[in-house]
Design a protein around this ligand. Structure first.
Ligand code: SAH
Length: 384
């Protein structure tokens, strides 16, 4: 159920033209492959495949990236609707749809019939049946304490094996990351020993990937303004065995004020966005005004990144959304107003972008590539 206002639809039509309908309906399906990244600092992909298989997970090697493995996403299956239902919020519904269990914070409403051992339908507040499960023995206590398992999922619309309990995950050998997100690091492909700043870093997937590919050689700075997300990122980096990424809490719109001017060789800029490319979606409701607010916010980071970069320094800009305004239009602004030069965002694993700079840019489309919707651009601050 996608509800975008007419102006947002016409923005998206600049990208999808007569395929807009196909694109919008692809948003309700998950990617066809679930990607994980192998921590090459610790192990090899052969070892990870062996370990995951010993935990019953079917894995394949990516065709190009040595560190990328994928797991097939199963589904959709036809679910038989049980008489009794529990209602969950949007975020919960979107993960239960792939096989996750239901925990107390995600519950919106339980029908009276829901009791220990009862088979229930798990339904989004918008009315979509996403899975069938069994009410857990401790559900009353879980609800009272607002934490703990409420429904164990038996069968979901789609399924991806849960990796958190695998030996490879616990040993810090894998990180769950989509293919387009991994492409960002390959587009950046920084030389070892350089200073690299991720301006919007949490949960840390991209800066971690760069750190691994450069074997920890260089100066790595991960900034985020959310202290909650910084705490989680620290835990993740500990699990993965990263010892020398500097984590800073700060507002990157003013990054040059706390890191200095012309100090970074490379910048990763993956700012907050409207997330239209994040799939599967149960529903989504947005207006052009919301998109414009994001685009304005993103431009502020493009401005401060310009001051942060050394002359000749490289910036990779990425988003998990698909509007023209947050993507191509922002790159046009970066080039025409701020003075960046645009470079080709290669290697290309998706398609080119659109508009006057389209041939330099890279996009991923759910209905074409079976991935989340994504955008990647590579910019350079000119030498003086
Ligand atoms: N690059 C990350 C994902 C980034 S999501 C990865 O690949 O794993 C965007 C992040 O930007 C969020 O974590 C959010 O907390 C952060 N953020 C939002 N506004 C910010 C600001 N003004 N300064 C720094 N970080 C900000």
């Amino acid at each position: 159920m996608i509800s975008y206002d007419e102006q947002l639809l016409s923005d998206l039509r600049k990208v999808y033209s007569d395929k807009l309908g196909e694109f919008l309906s692809s948003l309700s399906r998950p990617p066809s492959r679930y990607y994980v990244r192998v921590n090459l600092l610790r192990t090899s992909r052969e070892e990870v495949r062996r370990l995951l298989e010993s935990d019953g997970v079917e894995v394949y090697y990516d065709e190009l990236f040595e560190e990328a493995l994928w797991i097939p996403v199963r589904g959709p299956v036809e679910l038989e609707e049980p008489k009794c239902k529990v209602f969950v919020d949007k975020r919960t519904a979107e993960s239960v749809m792939l096989g996750a269990n239901v925990y107390a914070p995600g519950i919106v409403k339980l029908e009276k019939c829901a009791d220990v051992g009862r088979k229930v339908g798990i339904v989004s507040t918008s009315g979509v049946l996403v899975a069938v499960g069994i009410v857990s023995p401790g559900f009353r206590e879980a609800i009272r304490n607002r934490r703990g398992l409420v429904v164990r999922t038996l069968e979901s619309l789609y399924s991806v094996p849960s990796l958190r309990d695998t030996k490879a995950y616990k040993a810090g050998m894998i990180y769950e990351q989509s293919l387009p997100s991994m492409v960002v690091t390959h587009v950046l492909s920084p030389r070892a020993g350089m200073k690299i700043v991720d301006m919007c870093a949490a949960p840390g997937g991209k800066i971690g990937h760069v750190y691994e590919l450069n074997k920890g050689k260089g100066v790595f700075i991960a900034i985020d303004h959310s202290s909650r997300k910084i705490t989680r990122m620290k835990q993740e980096f500990a699990r993965l065995g990263y010892t020398s990424i500097n984590i800073i809490r700060g507002d990157s719109r003013y990054v040059d004020l706390f890191l200095g001017k012309e100090v970074a060789d490379y910048v990763i800029l993956d700012p907050p966005c409207s997330s239209i490319g994040v799939i599967p979606k149960i529903y989504d409701k947005r207006t052009i005004d919301g998109i414009k607010n994001y685009a304005d916010y993103q431009r502020q980071f493009l401005r401060s990144a310009y001051d942060l970069l050394k002359p000749g320094g490289i910036l990779v800009y990425s988003t998990c959304t698909t509007t023209y305004l947050e993507n191509e239009a922002n790159i046009e602004y970066a080039v025409n107003v701020l003075g960046y030069e645009v470079l080709e965002a290669t290697p290309i694993r998706g398609s080119r972008g659109v508009g006057p700079l389209g041939k330099y840019l890279q996009r991923f489309h759910p209905h074409i590539h079976g991935t989340p919707g994504y955008f990647i651009a590579k910019l350079q601050k000119p030498y003086k």
